[in-house]
Design a protein around this ligand. Structure first.
Ligand code: ZN
Length: 407
């Protein structure tokens, strides 16, 4: 029996398992946020089962700790959120930097990159990434995915609510970056940080993803039906798919405090006072579903509002993408293709106010960045492009990084 995590810090690679048969590469990360130990505990449990039973396996599983130094201190992060700034320019700088001079999350991120790179470089089919998280508030487990079709099977097989659009609202998430390279990535929010059920939920999620990816036969997994039942126990009447419609952004020192008692999936009404900060009351801007209310000191996401997505919409969006309907966008009034980037559209703001935005969502264009009087819409790398190799190191690239903290 392993000691509790409070007394030890697991290695970066918690463990691996490889089958004799060829198959998918599945990389699972736990504790990307250091105050979320449940994913690490779940990975240890799954690996123990795989090894002790010498289970048949196709491909390989790599189980990884996200933020080791923050896990040691049981903090979400030390200098910055490790699940942000997975952006090509920063990553290029990290790859070029002398790793001995990197600190805190820069060092963590570099070590993760060094670990992932050989798998990404060798990938002939998309690598499957599963990122295990937990939340400060209570509520049912759910899965977040970037809105590309290749993520759907793995996410929907989990049997818990699927959240669309979170990956696109948060800039620089790890899965967003990997998805932009053409890989598969879903993040599971398994429950409250210290709730013991969260570990069981994560175990069920890891097995489910291994099963969906074709790495294990789920009927060979001991107690899988019971684990899956636990994962899905709290689902009840929750919508099976929701999309994010609002994100409240916090800044350091703004005094953000959530009103007590909110849980994930709780209905909120437009105008309802949900939080406060130094500027006064913060009210929900629309009717919807409360997601990820922040009951911890750190983090730039105060709370999110979401709304249900109908299954017809999902089928329609899959069909439209299959037939390449995004060609139609070019011929719409107020819409032009970006001169340099084929997967970006420039949209006149007057047009963007219309419900036509829904069409962009249907086609997977969920990121909208303001640029002058226009919005630039973009999407994650679509399925038909396949995985993309990492860019070669560019010798002319500057190397400034996050300054080291005083120590
Ligand atoms: Zn997290």
């Amino acid at each position: 029996m392993k000691a509790a995590l409070a007394e030890r810090t697991p290695l970066r690679v918690i463990g691996t398992y490889e089958g004799e048969a060829d198959g998918p590469t599945v990389i699972v990360t736990g504790a990307m946020h250091g105050n979320e130990p449940a994913g690490v505990l779940a990975l240890e449990t799954v690996l123990e089962t795989l090894h002790s039973r010498r289970m048949a396996f196709r491909g390989r599983l790599v189980a990884v700790v996200g933020n080791r130094s923050a896990l040691r201190h049981r903090r979400r992060y030390l200098a910055r959120d490790l699940n942000r700034r997975w952006e090509p320019d920063l990553l290029m700088r990290l790859r070029r930097a002398d790793h001995r001079r990197l600190h805190d999350e820069d060092r963590e991120q570099r070590q993760l990159l060094d670990l992932f790179e050989p798998y990404l470089a060798a990938a002939k089919e998309p690598v499957v990434f599963l990122d295990l998280h937990s939340t400060s508030g209570h509520g049912a487990p759910f899965v977040c995915m970037a809105d590309v079709i290749r993520n759907r099977k793995i996410a929907f097989d989990l049997g818990i609510p699927v959240v669309l659009g979170l990956e696109e609202t948060i800039r620089g998430s790890m899965l967003g970056y990997l998805c932009d390279l053409g890989h598969i990535g879903v993040a599971v929010e398994g429950g409250q940080h210290d709730d013991p059920r969260t570990v069981a939920h994560h175990c069920a999620a890891v097995w489910s993803v291994l099963g969906s990816a074709g790495a294990v036969a789920l009927d060979a997994v001991p107690d899988y039906p019971a684990l899956k039942q636990k994962l899905c126990a709290a689902i009840d009447e929750l919508p099976s798919v929701i999309e994010i419609t609002h994100r409240h952004v916090c800044v350091e020192g703004d005094g953000f405090v959530m009103q007590p008692g909110y849980t994930n999936f709780q209905p909120v009404a437009a105008g309802e006072r949900v939080a406060r900060d130094h500027a006064g009351d913060i009210r929900a801007p629309m009717n919807g579903i409360m997601m990820l209310p922040r009951y911890q000191g750190q983090g730039e996401d105060g709370y999110f509002v979401a709304r249900p997505v109908r299954s017809l919409w999902l089928r329609l969006s899959a069909h439209l993408r299959r037939i390449g309907a995004d060609r139609v966008l070019r011929s719409m009034p107020g819409v032009t293709r970006h001169p340099d980037r084929s997967d970006h559209f420039l949209v006149d703001r007057r047009f963007a106010r219309l419900r036509a935005l829904e069409l962009f969502h249907l086609l997977g264009y969920r990121r909208a960045q303001p640029e002058g009087d226009r919005l630039v819409f973009s999407r994650r790398r679509p399925d038909e492009y396949g995985p993309e190799p990492l860019p070669p190191l560019d010798e002319d690239f500057p190397t400034p990084l996050t300054p080291a903290r005083g120590r």
